[in-house]
Write a protein that binds this ligand. Sequence first.
Ligand SMILES: NC(=O)C1=CN([C@@H]2O[C@H](COP(=O)(O)OP(=O)(O)OC[C@H]3O[C@@H](n4cnc5c(N)ncnc54)[C@H](OP(=O)(O)O)[C@@H]3O)[C@@H](O)[C@H]2O)[C@H](O)CC1
Ligand code: K
Length: 551
Amino acid sequence: MTEILTAAQMRSIEQAAIESGEVTGLELMERAGRGVVEAVFEEWPSYRLSPRRAIVLCGPGNNGGDGYVVARLLRDLHWDVTVFSLGDPEKLPPDAKTNYRRWLALGDVQPLSERAFRAAGAGYADLYVDALFGTGMSRPVSGEAWSVLTHLAGRNGDDYAPYIVAIDAPSGLCLDSGRLLGTANGSYAHGHNRFAALTVTFDSPKQGQFLADGPGLCGKLAVKDIGLRKWRETGAGRAMRLPQTVLVTDRSVVPDRRHALSPLRVPVKSERNIHAGHTHKFSFGHGVIVSGGAGRTGAARLAARSALRVGAGLVSLAVPPDAAAEVAAQITAPMMRAVPDAGAMAEMLTDARLNAICIGPGLGLGPNHAALVETVLKTGRPTVLDADALSLVARDDQLRNLLHQNCVLTPHNGEFKRLFPEIEARLSTPSAQSFSKVDAVRAAAAEAGCTVLLKGRDTVIATPQGQCAIHAAVYERAAPWLATAGSGDVLAGLIAGLLAQGYAAFEAAATGAWLHVECARQFGPGLIAEDLPEQLPGVLRRVISGEAGRV
Ligand SMILES: NC(=O)C1=CN([C@@H]2O[C@H](COP(=O)(O)OP(=O)(O)OC[C@H]3O[C@@H](n4cnc5c(N)ncnc54)[C@H](OP(=O)(O)O)[C@@H]3O)[C@@H](O)[C@H]2O)[C@H](O)CC1
Ligand SMILES: [K+]
């Protein structure tokens, strides 16, 4: 299970551990420092073979304390280590001060300034350790610290990034929102969204390492265990009572015992289901994909194919009569039904076996389309609302009031802004930079009264009850090819196909997001949306055999 923590949650878990008397802050700091050195040797294996030169930048808090531990451990391995400190080290908090003093027995400390940093022959080190600020960063970085950080980020044309390891965060990155505080474009210099080669964090990943600018600036992410699991799992000292945000991975979507559901482990049409006798196509549901008119049916056809491939037993396209010939010529497995208007839609949906609906892709924005959305919503059935359906809901309060618990909204940023203008305004206000995409989507789900999936490289999914998952196509799961026309239609279809099989809205959305990216990764460059559903058999085979993720 991968829980994602906020900075406040991490602090409170650490505090609970220390208050228990079973571990001291100093021990935790030592483990953290060891974890960083271990991660450095894993990332740069040749550094293990012979001592090198390191420059360690230590800040005024416990992040700096970790830096002093790293400096000492590297010196113990005969490295040449130069340490700079920001602020008066005598004012460090107790554990950090202890490690500062331990370091003083081995070497000296220079006050941090860009001039001193450059004078130290800064370009010749093999490793730069950013231990300025971590979870305690509370405001934009300024002054000499900012000068040095921007210099490291290439302001003067030097490329340090391949040699930088950041402790917990590239300093300045908000670990809640993933934004570089005080900057408009999330960049330290020249608009480059890169900083460190490696970021080492403790116990669990933090939100900001997956959201917004975080992944680019962090480089790679290594999570090191420092023995806090017990206090995290019991929820001791949790700063918030919300259900914990989880990372969607191959292992499970909602693996938390408290939710007792792990959809990827109850996969679609698995042998287990088949042996249990659920072999009839109706056992896997019957999805309805509502199509737009002639010339606009591609989106619905893509969604239909995806819903079928992900395992819906049957899929029917509800098609306006003018588009019937176009659709009929291009489908095989999905069925088609001519649906001239909302009345016909209502009539079609009297069949209770039609248990999940997808509406919006290629739909159109006319009053007749709004009437279709209304009809669908009034059934109360599990429904994915995407694309035009979202725009229709955004401008019609009557439709918005019909949203219900079984709906999944799948907006991109523009649609999200139309649907939730106030929440989006907070998200894009520079002064509210600790307000995260997680906060925004939770607020949106609460406002809409249904599951919301806000798309992006950092997809966030939340329910009105605050259940939340981040699905990030970053680090080793990057899938840049997914930014292609029609890819959103496939996602909508996947979610609808999972809803048809009985997944709850949140699990369908999270699982759909994971499968979507997995298909893109399996195909690779050159991907077009049509390729995505065709990757599903291979991806599902690996999910079912327990090998998923090892693509
Ligand atoms: N949580 C754990 O289990 C462990 C954490 N470790 C490490 O500790 C840091 C968190 O340490 P903390 O002391 O809470 O915070 P920081 O070191 O990140 O920063 C706090 C100090 O920095 C000052 N500050 C904050 N922002 C700025 C800024 N923009 N400019 C200048 N100074 C800033 C802040 O000053 P205040 O005035 O705000 O109080 C503090 O002086 C965590 O990231 C880990 O690396 C462990 O050692 C292991 C266990
Ligand atoms: K740092």
